[in-house]
Design a protein around this ligand. Structure first.
Ligand code: KG4
Length: 337
């Protein structure tokens, strides 16, 4: 029996999960409300909150799984990319606990975790994708199309050259006066709006890469009165602005995903990352896959945003391949898969 504790502390969620023989036994997430009043994550406050949360969160994950800490085979932790102070909390905790229990540690790339979120199974017969497949990874910091050949072998085919899709949602939402993070608010408002009302710029980027900064500029331009966003205009056009913005982001994402399906000939497509919680993105990916005759894997919403279940699962597959890390492993703020 292989039992893995996963720890996620890359941004503003402290999370711990237990996976036993590939099946999720518990997944505990403590979100940090402290950032709301600042309109974005404040790194120093995030690391302090992680320090307060980590012991009770790990303890709750072990108890809810109905196991003892002595049953653990290894501890997997998010090494990066993310906020360095936050990552240090999870990394140091994992090292200390593994030394105490005399079990190995496994470093997990956060993006690798998002990709493998498709393999978080709550029951043994839950469906999982077959290799090779494409993963559209769309989060607050990343927008990538990844060819996944196996659990520990993946290649980025396209990536954003500037902002990420989640950033486009959040930054445009911010100028509309919506709370952080704005993505879910745009999603909610978009359901009541006319997506054809406003036209925003779409990028012309070669290959499978993305760009979202031009869209952001053209969105700001639409809202402005002189050089400032016009509050009356925003108030009267809230739903249409949200719907048109969401539609444009989806069109940009789907255009490259469609090209990637054609050029690779894969038979399966999955989505991951916080933006894959978006109702429009989920529907558009399902529609594209149906039209192309490929299978779509749309994860449950609770596994799209940051969580330790995906870290524990990624750690589980590394454990099976005996890929561990030494104790001088340091976290990293930025890296590619
Ligand atoms: O993967 P994630 O939790 O972590 C980061 O990479 O930061 O993604 C967070 C991102 C934020 O930009 C948030 O606005 C976006 O995911 N997001 C959404 C929705 N839910 C979360 N964007 C659009 N629609 C949603 N329903």
């Amino acid at each position: 029996m292989v039992t893995i504790l996963g720890i996620e502390s890359s941004c503003d969620d402290t999370s711990a999960a237990i996976v036993r023989d590939g099946i999720l036994m518990s997944n505990v997430i403590a979100s940090q409300a402290v950032h709301e009043e600042y309109g974005g994550v404040v790194p120093e406050l995030a690391s302090r909150a992680h320090q307060q949360n980590i012991v009770p969160v790990v303890d709750a994950a072990i108890r809810r799984a109905g196991i003892d800490k002595k049953d653990l085979s290894a501890i997997a932790f998010t090494r990066g990319p993310g906020l360095i102070g936050s990552l240090l909390v999870g990394t140091s905790f994992a090292k200390g606990m593994s030394l105490g229990l005399r079990i190995p540690i496994i470093d997990v790339n956060h993006l690798h975790g998002h990709v493998l979120a498709q393999f978080v199974r709550e029951k043994a017969d839950d469906r999982v994708p077959e290799f090779p497949y494409l993963c559209l990874l769309v989060s607050g910091g990343n927008s990538q199309i990844i060819l996944v050949r196996s659990y520990n072998d993946m290649e980025i085919l396209g990536r954003t050259i500037d902002d990420a899709a989640g950033e486009a949602f959040d930054k445009c939402a911010k100028v509309m006066g919506l709370p952080y993070p704005g993505g879910p608010h745009i999603d909610r408002l978009a359901a009541e709006g006319d997506a054809k009302r406003f036209k925003f710029a779409k990028p012309h980027i070669a290959g499978l890469d993305y760009s979202f900064s031009g869209l952001k500029t053209s969105f700001l331009y639409t809202l402005r009165d002189g050089i400032k966003a016009d509050p009356d205009f925003i108030e009267h056009n809230r739903a249409d602005l949200a719907a048109s913005l969401q539609r444009t982001i989806i069109d940009i994402l789907i255009d490259k995903l469609s090209k990637a399906i054609d050029s690779t000939g894969v038979k399966t497509v999955a989505i991951g990352g916080g933006v894959s919680a978006n109702s429009g993105v989920r529907a558009a990916v399902a529609e594209l896959c149906a039209a192309k005759g490929v299978e779509a894997f749309i994860p449950e919403r609770k596994f799209t945003t940051d969580n330790a279940a995906m870290v524990a699962v990624a750690g589980y597959f590394k454990y099976l391949d005996k890929i561990f890390c030494p104790y001088d492993t340091a976290p990293y703020a930025r890296v590619e898969i």
